[in-house]
Ligand binder design. Structure first.
Ligand code: ATP
Length: 346
């Protein structure tokens, strides 16, 4: 594999006694769409600001294409940060907003015009070239902010909650557009988000942070299918946890549930299983339960089922057409797919 474009080596940042970022090591590859994900206060913004040069690390190094950029001020780094607030120049048109940064770099007029046209086409802004920010919608303004960062052709573009100000519908549309634009521009994107769905939709790989520490790094699929610990399992998607124990014959038991799961050690354990890996029938040999609630999720329904295996109702996903048969209060039988169950112990 090619060497990473960006290597973050044991980076740390203390604010007084608080370790906002605590020994994070990460490799980010060229043309990757990389997401830094975690709950509020986990240190993702601080990490991004250290990459951009707005915050000085207390420890560790940042290597861009093998060169330590830690001592460089923000403007000398071939990285560009797109801020949460768009900070567009209100008195300038879209074209002027994009040209400004290139004029500061003293590029020739023809070159500026060519690059601005190309970037406006990529971000679908050509029809709005002569409008001012106040004459644009939220989504269009967001695209201008992105275009202004892209037009400078940074090696790496850093984006702090770039879709944070948009409503849900526009946000979902922009997630796909942002991914397309990243692909077309051929620029490495590092995005900060606290929204796990957003990270799953957009990222090639993602890092999950908590209390300044890196918990897991991998593709959305790896993290969803094989979460490394309980926090990650709970943070990404919906997960059922059943508290129980593994007996000497290797069988996990909780209440009336008994399931052979490979790899378990004798002792207390939490079994984790996603709603899509629990199948529901009305007549079966599985775990008996009663439907406490039915939640509508577009094409799917999530049944909340009370069982003797857990004090918390288990969530099972069923297709909408199959769900029509179920009513609250119905007795059902649940079957857990052992190949998709994971055990968390200790
Ligand atoms: P959010 O999603 O809420 O923006 P975040 O994951 O981006 O959170 P950071 O802003 O990086 O988190 O903050 C990480 C920790 O460092 C928090 O505990 C925060 O209170 C603390 N912190 C951040 N900036 C400073 C500062 N300038 N001085 C002191 N503490 C700070």
């Amino acid at each position: 594999m090619a060497p990473p474009i960006l290597r973050i080596e044991s980076i740390g940042k203390m604010f007084g006694p608080i370790a906002a970022v605590d020994g994070v090591t990460l490799d980010i590859h060229e043309n990757e769409f990389f997401a830094l994900l975690g709950p509020s206060g986990c240190g993702k913004t601080t990490l991004l600001r250290m990459l951009a040069g707005f915050e000085t690390p207390t420890s560790g190094r940042i290597l861009l294409e093998g060169r330590d950029i830690s001592p460089l001020p923000p403007e000398k780094r071939p990285l560009n940060l797109m801020f949460q607030s768009y900070a567009l120049f209100p008195h300038m048109t879209v074209r002027q907003n994009l040209s400004y940064g290139l004029e500061m770099e003293r590029l020739g007029k023809a070159e500026i015009s060519r690059r601005v046209d190309e970037t406006m086409a990529m971000t679908d802004l050509t029809p709005f070239a002569d409008r001012k920010p106040e004459q644009l919608s939220g989504g269009q303004k967001q695209r201008v902010a992105l275009a202004r960062a892209l037009v400078k052709r940074p090696k790496v573009l850093l984006l702090d909650e770039p879709l944070g100000a948009l409503d849900k519908k526009l946000r979902e549309k922009m997630q796909l557009e942002l991914k397309r634009m990243q692909h077309e521009a051929g620029i490495t994107f590092i995005i900060v988000t606290h929204d796990q769905e957003e990270a799953l939709v957009m990222a090639d790989r993602m890092a999950i942070l908590k209390d300044g520490r890196l918990l897991q790094c991998g593709s959305p699929e790896e993290i969803y299918e094989a979460p490394g610990d309980r926090f990650v399992a709970n943070f990404i998607g919906v997960m059922n946890f059943i508290e129980g124990k593994v007996s000497e014959n290797g069988v996990f038991g909780a209440g009336s549930l008994n399931l052979a799961i490979p790899g378990g050690k004798t002792g207390p354990a939490a079994l984790a299983v996603r709603p899509e890996h629990i199948s529901v029938t009305t007549t079966g040999e599985g775990l008996a339960g009663t439907i406490a609630d039915i939640a509508y999720h577009g094409l799917d329904r999530i049944l909340h089922v009370k069982t003797a295996a857990s004090p918390v109702p288990l969530q099972a996903r069923v297709a909408a057409n199959g769900a029509a048969a179920y009513r609250r209060g119905d007795t059902v039988s649940l079957t857990l797919d052992p190949a998709k169950c994971r055990l968390f112990q200790g």
